[in-house]
Structure formats: structure tokens, C-alpha cells
Design a protein around this ligand. Structure first.
Ligand SMILES: *Cc1c(COP(=O)(O)O)cnc(C)c1O
Length: 348
């Protein structure tokens, strides 16, 4: 990485240096799709992916009520209306049947979120979207490296957006994001939108944005990408250890039915009386957290949608029960034992 940094500094090509194009090629190959277009962050990646598909005012976009707020923000920022749907209580992912039911002729895009590192099965959603001329824009911010049937995010819809925020499975040393897609046309639109609408210097074909990945961040990401699969394997091992350790903790419901290709961005369990338990395990020195404590429709930001309490019962129930346990590549068995011991003590 030091040599890569030195090259950037020597050429002073901090923006749009050759390192960015190199990383884009590497990440496209890794994602097993034709194109990667890097941008400033994951939220921009989602917004520009929607805009590249022509999504705008008057359009509806279907997304799950339980996600990081950015999924809904991107829809709002593109000028479209977020249409939230409930989640599947077993996977915490978008409820496929609810999503299909929400798709109509006003729907321009559906945004399945591969939350916690687990891929959504998009088969039914994609078919329904196609039938209504809507596109599938995957939110793959939490699922770098996740696979299903030999495919990765970006291959399950028209385009997928991801984030290289430092805490993600593939994180930069600052903000970063990208889209991956098999579509030449969408990749081209993305390249226009991310850099002031210009293909040729000073020829602004459309009103664009300034959303680019820094060359220095591309150096970091290229170096870390080489280790992503090994890190994800360590996450998977840790998840399997948690599952075994939690089997005899009655109050804790561990994630179930996860397939091989789960990228285990977060390890999220359900517990009753979560707020009390969270407070107690934190007092024991355990870095547990909640992703996310408030479903999107109940945030003040999206109150304008008019979906009050009770609108999405599974998302609301989950928000009150979910607990994220410490999870990172290389977490040791002892560290996990300490987490589980604290949970046992605090739920007894
Ligand atoms: C992190 C994240 C984003 C946004 O990415 P940023 O790079 O922080 O803008 C979007 N969606 C989900 C599900 C995320 O976890």
C-alpha cells in the first residue's frame, strides 16, 4: 500500500488517477460483472444508480422498512417516493411477497437490501419488476463478497450499489462507494453523472454531480480486496462458533437458515426485553449495538410518508428485539465466549 500511496503522491493525481480505474476493474472482476463505477460514498452510489435508470419525480421505489436510512434517502434525493414494505421475520430481509404486492405501474425501481451480509432471493421481485417496467437496484452496502449460485450482488438486478465506509466488509480509509452492473449503458450513465455530466472535458451533456473515489482510497481498496474472501471466511467461522455457543442460551434466538454465501457483515440475534439486556451487556464491557433501532417509517425524517406505528409490524417487532453482537474477521473464540457468557448472565 505504501508504494501505491507514493505513486499517487508523486503524480499528484489525487482525483481520477489510474489507481481508480485499476480498482474498478478489479472490483468488477471480483463481482463477476462487466462494470464497476466508483463514487464518493454508498449513498451517492444508490442515488446515482436510481438516476442512471431515469428514476425521478412521480416514480415510486419499493424498499424494506428495516434498512440503514441511506436506502430511503437515496430514493428521496432522486426525487422519487419511497414505498416501504415489511420484512421477513426469519431473515430480517425485505418480504418478497410484500414487495411484489407493492409493485405497480408507478413503480420505477425496487431496492432489495442485502442486509447484514445476507443476499435477498430476488427471483420473484425481479419477475414482478420486469412485468411493470421497473428495475432492480440492489443495496449491496453490507454484502461485499456474498454469493449465491456462483453470483454476487450486481448480478441479481440491473445494478447494485455498495459502500466502502470503513466499517463495511470492504472498507476504505474514509468514505467511498461504487456501483457494479452488467449494463454498458448504465455504466456509461454513471460515469457521466459522477463527474459533472462530462465525458469530454468541459462538455457538460447533463447536470451531474461531484461524487468520485479518491485515488488514495482506491489504493487502499485494491490492497484490501485481495484479502476480502479470507476475511469473510473468518467472519463465517465466527458466525458458526456463535451459533454453537448460543444453542444453550434460551433467551437468545440466533440467525437461522443462513446459506454458505452469507457475508456476515453483522451478527444479529433476537432477545426479549432488548433494551434492558443491551444496557446490561454493555455494562459488562461488551460492544453490542442495534442495527437499526428505529424502522425507516418511524424516523422523523420519513414521517411525511404517513406510515404510523403498526404499518409494518414485523419490522417494528424486530426493531425492539434485535441485538448486534461483536463480529469482525479474527474475533477470537475467547472473545466470543466472553460475549456469550455476558449474554447468559444478563438474560438469566
Ligand atoms: C452503509 C450503508 C449505506 C450507505 O453507505 P455510505 O457509504 O455510508 O453512504 C447504504 N445502505 C446500507 C444498507 C448501508 O449499510
Amino acid at each position: 500500500m505504501e508504494q501505491g500511496f507514493a505513486e499517487v503522491l508523486a503524480r499528484t493525481a489525487f482525483i481520477d488517477g489510474p489507481q481508480v480505474a485499476r480498482f474498478e476493474e478489479e472490483y468488477a472482476a471480483y463481482s463477476r460483472v462487466r462494470h464497476c463505477v466508483a463514487v464518493g460514498n454508498g449513498t451517492d452510489a444508490l442515488e446515482l444508480a436510481l438516476r442512471a435508470n431515469g428514476v425521478g419525480p412521480g416514480d415510486e421505489c419499493v424498499l424494506p422498512a428495516n434498512s440503514f436510512i441511506a436506502t430511503a434517502e437515496a430514493v428521496y434525493r432522486a426525487g422519487a417516493t419511497p414505498v416501504l414494505v415489511d420484512i421477513d421475520p426469519d431473515t430480517f430481509l425485505i418480504d418478497s411477497a410484500a414487495a411484489v404486492a407493492a409493485i405497480n405501474d408507478r413503480t420505477a425501481a425496487v431496492l432489495p437490501v442485502h442486509l447484514y451480509g445476507r443476499l435477498v432471493d430476488t427471483t420473484a421481485i425481479r419477475a414482478a419488476a420486469r412485468a411493470h417496467d421497473a428495475v432492480v437496484v440492489e443495496d449491496a452496502a453490507q454484502s461485499q463478497g456474498a454469493t449465491r449460485d456462483g453470483k454476487r450482488a450486481g448480478a441479481f438486478g440491473e445494478i447494485a450499489a455498495t459502500s466502502f465506509y470503513p466499517g463495511k466488509n470492504l472498507g476504505a480509509y474514509g468514505d467511498g462507494g461504487a456501483v457494479v452492473t452488467d449494463s454498458d449503458e448504465l455504466a456509461e450513465r454513471m460515469r457521466l453523472l459522477r463527474a459533472h455530466g462530462e465525458r469530454v472535458r468541459h462538455r457538460h451533456e447533463t447536470v451531474g454531480f461531484n461524487s468520485r473515489l479518491d485515488s488514495l482510497q482506491a489504493v487502499v481498496l485494491s490492497a484490501k480486496l485481495k484479502r476480502l474472501d479470507a476475511w469473510n471466511a473468518l467472519r463465517r467461522e465466527a458466525a458458526m462458533r456463535y451459533e454453537a455457543m448460543l444453542a444453550d442460551v434460551d433467551a437468545v434466538r440466533a440467525p437461522s437458515g443462513a446459506d454458505e454465501g452469507h457475508a456476515w457483515h453483522l451478527y444479529v440475534v433476537r432477545v426479549p426485553d432488548r433494551d434492558t439486556i443491551l444496557e446490561r451487556v454493555r455494562a459488562e464491557g461488551i460492544g453490542a449495538a442495534i442495527h437499526y433501532p428505529v424502522p425507516i417509517h418511524l424516523t422523523p425524517a420519513f414521517a411525511y410518508l404517513g406510515e404510523g406505528p403498526g404499518s409494518f409490524p414485523e419490522a417494528e417487532r424486530a426493531a425492539g428485539e434485535i441485538l448486534t453482537l461483536p463480529m469482525f474477521p479474527g474475533i477470537t473464540e475467547q472473545q466470543q465466549s466472553a460475549v456469550v457468557d455476558a449474554l447468559k448472565k444478563c438474560t438469566a
